[in-house]
Ligand binder design. Structure first.
Ligand SMILES: [Fe+2]
Length: 264
C-alpha cells in the first residue's frame, strides 16, 4: 500500500518531533503492509515557518530519513510531496516543484476547517485549466462539508480528486468527520486515502485498519485508493474518475436559492 498523506519528517512541520518518533511511526507503517510513504509537508501553512519549507531542504530531509530507514532495515520508500494551504496564489506557486507532485500534474490542497473561501472555485478552475489537477485534502473535516455534502460532488464535477483521512471513517477525528467520510465513501466520491499521520500516538498510520473497515462496507475498489491512484500521482499519469450525484444529494432549487442569498 501507498500512504499518500502524512507528516513524517522529524522537526519540520507540526508532524513528528524526533527521528526516533519518525522511525517508530514508519515501523508501524511497514507492519501494516505500507511500502511507500509520500511525505506531504505543510506548505505556506500559517502554523509553519514558510521560509524553511523549500524544495532543497525538504528533499535533503527526505534523503536523510530514507538513509536511516535503509540502515534500520525498515522497508519503506519515501517520496517527496506537500500539502498546500489554500491561499489565492495557487497559479503563482504551481511551478515550485515542491508544491505539486511529480511533473507538476497534481496539487494536494487543504482549507481551514472553519472556512472555505468563495474564491476557491475560480482558483481551482484556473489551476485545472493550467494542467494541474487539484486534490482536496480531507473534505470530511471541513465544517461546510459536514453541513452540505454536495460541496464534494461540486469539486469532483470541477475535475478535482478527493482524499479522505484514514482515521475519519474509524472515528478518530470526531463524529462529524466520521459521518461525512462515510457519506463521501459510500457515494463513490473518494479516490485516495491517506493516514495524515502526525505522531506515534493518536495520529499514527492507520491505513490497514481503515481499508479493512471500508472493505467490510462492501466497497471493493478501496484497493485502488491505496495502490493504483497514489501510484499514478507519483508517476504523473492521469486518473479517470466516474462519479454520480446521488439522487438525494443533488442541490435542490431551495438550497440553491439559500446559497445565493447566503442563508445556508
Ligand atoms: Fe496533513
Amino acid at each position: 500500500m501507498i500512504d499518500f498523506h502524512n507528516h513524517i519528517l522529524p522537526n519540520v512541520d507540526d508532524g513528528s518531533k524526533s527521528l526516533d518518533i519518525s522511525l517508530e511511526m514508519l515501523t508501524h507503517a511497514a507492519n501494516q503492509g505500507i511500502t511507500d510513504v509520500v511525505n506531504t509537508v505543510h506548505y505556506q501553512h500559517p502554523k509553519v515557518e514558510t521560509e524553511d519549507i523549500s524544495l532543497n531542504r525538504i528533499q535533503r530531509k527526505v534523503n536523510e530519513l530514507q538513509k536511516k530507514l535503509d540502515q534500520n532495515d525498515i522497508r519503506i520508500k519515501l517520496h517527496l510531496g506537500a500539502e498546500v494551504f489554500f491561499l489565492p496564489n495557487l497559479i503563482s506557486i504551481k511551478d515550485d516543484q515542491l508544491a505539486t507532485f511529480s511533473h507538476g500534474k497534481y496539487m494536494l490542497i487543504e482549507f481551514q476547517v472553519h472556512q472555505i473561501p468563495h474564491i476557491q472555485k475560480q482558483q481551482l478552475f484556473d489551476l485545472k485549466m493550467s494542467g494541474v489537477v487539484p486534490i482536496i485534502a480531507h473534505p470530511e473535516r471541513y465544517k461546510a462539508v459536514q453541513e452540505n455534502i454536495n460541496i464534494v460532488a461540486d469539486w469532483l464535477e470541477a475535475g478535482c480528486l478527493i482524499q479522505v483521512d484514514a482515521g475519519s471513517p474509524l472515528g478518530y477525528l470526531g463524529s462529524k468527520s466520521k459521518i461525512a467520510s462515510e457519506k463521501i465513501i459510500k457515494n463513490g466520491w473518494c479516490q485516495l486515502i491517506g493516514s495524515d499521520s502526525h505522531d506515534n500516538k493518536n495520529r499514527n498510520f492507520c491505513l490497514l485498519e481503515s481499508v479493512d473497515l471500508i472493505r467490510s462496507w462492501g466497497i471493493s475498489n478501496v484497493d485502488e485508493w491505496v495502490n493504483d491512484n497514489p501510484s499514478s500521482i507519483i508517476d504523473g499519469t492521469p486518473i479517470s474518475v466516474d462519479f454520480d450525484y446521488m439522487e438525494e444529494a443533488k442541490p435542490n432549487f431551495f438550497s440553491r436559492i439559500k446559497d445565493r442569498i447566503g442563508l445556508s
